[in-house]
Design a protein around this ligand. Sequence first.
Ligand code: SF4
Length: 189
Amino acid sequence: MEKITPNIIFNISNDISDEIIKDEALKIMRACFQCGTCTGSCPSGRRTAIRTRQIMREAVLSLDEVLSDEDIWLCSTCYTCYERCPRNIPVTDVIIKIRNLATQRGFIKPAHQKVTQILADTGHGVPLGLKNNSEENQWSKARESYGLSKIPPTTHAHPEAVLDIQKLMKLTNFDKLLKLELQSTNEEK
Ligand code: SF4
């Protein structure tokens, strides 16, 4: 009897989905039945082209495309999809895990890389811009009007703590992953 030969060879690996479900809480992602409730409920989807259902499909099928899919960065992590998913899948947490995997494998946008450098330099992803007098006045006045200290008790008030943050980045190899330029500490000299 003649054998049927496929005209497309599918090379399927479970690498990506296996990585995602290493987190016990995310194992349930394989119960996704593609209803699209997450896409229909997504507040970000009202302003962007994010297709959450498609992200879930790519993740469950372990398609490499999910790592380079710009949609994974359009999620605002509001958790509406998780609240509404009929399978009770923590969709937002799956997307966060995919972002981590994408970054570990080099799929990161230049703008996000810049934010990590700002974090390394200041201890804040979005610093207050205190060197700029007008902004200092604006933020400080706003804080004082709420009965808060003029400068927040973060690295803005304790700039020496930035070195501790950089130390953590080095210990976890976060600096190498994101190609960050860090100050050398006295211990390293
Ligand atoms: Fe899958 Fe849940 Fe999204 Fe439906 S709402 S497509 S089950 S993740």
